[in-house]
Design a protein around this ligand. Sequence first.
Ligand SMILES: Cc1ncc(COP(=O)(O)O)c(C=O)c1O
Length: 462
Amino acid sequence: MVAAARKNAASISELLDAEQARFLRAHPMSAAAWKLGKKHFLYGGPSHWMRRWAGGFPVYAAEASGAHIRDIDGHNYVDFALGDTGGMCGHAPETVTQAAIRQLRSGTTMMLPTEDSLWVGQELTRRFGMPYWTLTTSATDANRAAIRIARMVTGRDKVLVFSGCYHGGVEEAHVEIRDGRVGLRNMIHANGVDHAAVSKVVEFNDTAAMEQALEPGDVACVLAEPLMTNFGMIPVAEGFHTALREATRRTGTLLIIDETHTISSGPGGYTALHGLEPDIFVAGKAIAGGIPAGIFGTSQEVAKRLWKIVPHVNPRERQSAHLGFGGTLAGNALTIATMRAVLERVLTPASYERMIAQASRLADAARSIIEANALPWHVTQIGARAEIMFMPKPPKNGAEVIAARRGDLETLLHAFYMNEGILVTPFHTMFLMCPATTSADVDVHTDVFRRFVALLRDNGVA
Ligand SMILES: Cc1ncc(COP(=O)(O)O)c(C=O)c1O
């Protein structure tokens, strides 16, 4: 920033203090609710993730509809966080609401399949390509089950992940490269588990390191997003997926592709769009319209190997059919009904076209503001999802994110967004579109982002 452009001169930390004070003044009801929440919830809210909003505390939601949320202080927000993807169908989509009401009236959870599940199974195969599916209650659970199956069929215990990954509450993935070795992921606290005993971790896009880690033949599975979305966005390098598939096949390692976020790529996720060939495919979050759900699909080969260990149930020996993962509520009738509504009516090819167009609109506008101000930042887009990162070009791996990440600027931007009526996922600057997101919603962001840049410029910080 050029010194001549300064009107004031506040540091980022002073600007953040000012934004948080503004936030507190404007949200007395949410502030009071948060104080009460701390009395009964371990970390203030019903989920500990809810404490990480940049204003200093979360707003309490009064109502959400489409791409908008109103809080209990009466403020309206354009919601680009969309429940960190769980709300990607938009809030309260009518067809999902109607399906849920119908199913709630005829039974929620019975440990019995409903006929809707037949349609859902067929549609999952049509979209994502895997022949055999299982439902769980979350993407975390789907990943845990996928890892367990990989260990069962390979007889190996190790899991390979990429530094900077996040796959939910999956112990094996709570790692990153620290001083060249397996260390605990940023902000994950030690819990007595010897992560190095069960995990290997290499940098994303590093073919040689990935091949070397797989070579001893002790890895049950690689657990990977098709491109990384949880450490900012880290695009995949040309040829990396081909090398990964070849190396996993050569070493008898299963490949689990976790599309929980990259399902924003299109109706069949990144996998269908780019012809990936996972052994196990995982997704969750938005897949049942916000009703808790995860899915995993196995290839014919994995299913055959698993059936050898745990055959289809013999009615005389039904007690031996335990797979070691579960979820009493998994695949319940309510989830199936809403998943059907999502797949049939909400996350349609036409919806994706609109969502992707809005993400492009947002990304293009943000890029031109960045360029016009010669800022060393960039924007990445993957389908309906876009991300602003405070570094000049997309990182190649987790190490580059660690080296360049500007946590202070991120927090300031997020607090500014909240004060100006925008919600983005609290963990990084990601924008997700839902079918109801309009050009006017996107243009609100463009205006606010332009004013944020002006604020930095006026204060000589960037
Ligand atoms: C790629 C990926 N997989 C799995 C998960 C876990 O999802 P959930 O917390 O809904 O279980 C997440 C959550 O952010 C994710 O980003």
